[in-house]
Ligand binder design. Structure first.
Ligand code: ZN
Length: 269
């Protein structure tokens, strides 16, 4: 997300907005103010909080909020560059450049909100502390806050802002911690390792993204089922959930144990 923010910061503020929309009905989450209210205004740039991108207008009147979820992609097209025929959302700038949001798959999860500055402020308030640079001390407080599995805590934007499913897999592998470990059971040494892993993995991801690396090269554990662990060569394992899949190394992370989908085993009992 930070790589996106850096890429978009200058171009989106270069020209005023000529045409806001159309947006897919499932993508646009707000109706008032209408998208057309953006027309004629210019963005001041892009700000990021967690996985949300905020585009405040220069006049301070409106904020466009974009949440890409898992499959959404934002692309800035220079004048004359061809883009997708039916993006989930399109913004046209004076001079012909465009900002388009596309989303692979039939399910539309990514969202666009047009907010007043007060509404945008309220959106930010229920986010947890920013993941990058959180530090061991703050992370210990977050972990002590409620007892839950590490993977679930890392993905929860109210606990820590900015980590999705893929990076939760990468970070836990780097920290050599089980995705199922309970947050309250972590030793201070483990919390320190986790804080270090959050920073080094997010920095690694940002650097690769800025070089234009695709998912396959960026991730080392996520979606690497049966491929050799980059540390110990053990085949990467997975646990499936309805909405996501956890990838992990049984040797590096779980002491050789295979993680079970507990919900499924509950059904079978
Ligand atoms: Zn391993």
């Amino acid at each position: 997300m930070e790589a996106w923010r850096r890429q978009l910061d200058d171009p989106v503020s270069a020209f005023p907005i000529a045409k806001a929309g159309p947006a897919h009905i499932a993508t646009l989450k707000t109706y008032d103010p209408p998208l057309a209210a953006l027309e004629g205004r210019r963005f001041a740039g892009v700000e990021r909080r967690g996985k949300r991108l905020f585009f405040p207008t220069e006049d301070g009147g409106l904020v466009l909020l974009v949440h890409l979820m898992t499959a959404g992609r934002l692309k800035y097209l220079r004048a004359g560059e061809t883009g997708p025929k039916t993006p989930a959302f399109r913004l046209g700038f004076e001079g012909g450049a465009q900002l388009v949001l596309t989303e692979a798959g039939a399910k539309k999860r990514a969202g666009v909100w047009l907010l007043t500055p007060e509404q945008a402020e309220a959106e930010v308030e229920h986010l947890g502390p920013e993941a990058y640079g959180i530090g061991a001390e703050r992370l210990r407080e977050v972990c002590a806050g409620e007892s839950r599995r590490l993977h679930s805590m890392l993905r929860d934007q109210r606990a820590i802002a900015g980590i999705g499913r893929a990076w939760a897999n990468e970070i836990l592998h780097h920290a050599q911690l089980s995705p199922y470990a309970l947050t309250k059971d972590l030793t201070p040494e483990q919390v320190g390792r986790l804080a270090e892993a959050i920073d080094s993995e997010l920095a690694r991801g940002l650097e690769l993204r800025e070089q234009g690396a695709k998912d396959d090269r960026t991730y080392r554990v996520h979606r690497k089922l049966a491929e050799p662990c980059y540390v110990c060569d053990t085949p990467i394992a997975q646990v499936d959930f309805e909405e996501h899949t956890i990838y992990y190394c049984p040797t590096c992370q779980t002491g050789g144990r295979t993680l079970k989908d507990r919900r499924l085993s509950r059904l079978l009992r």
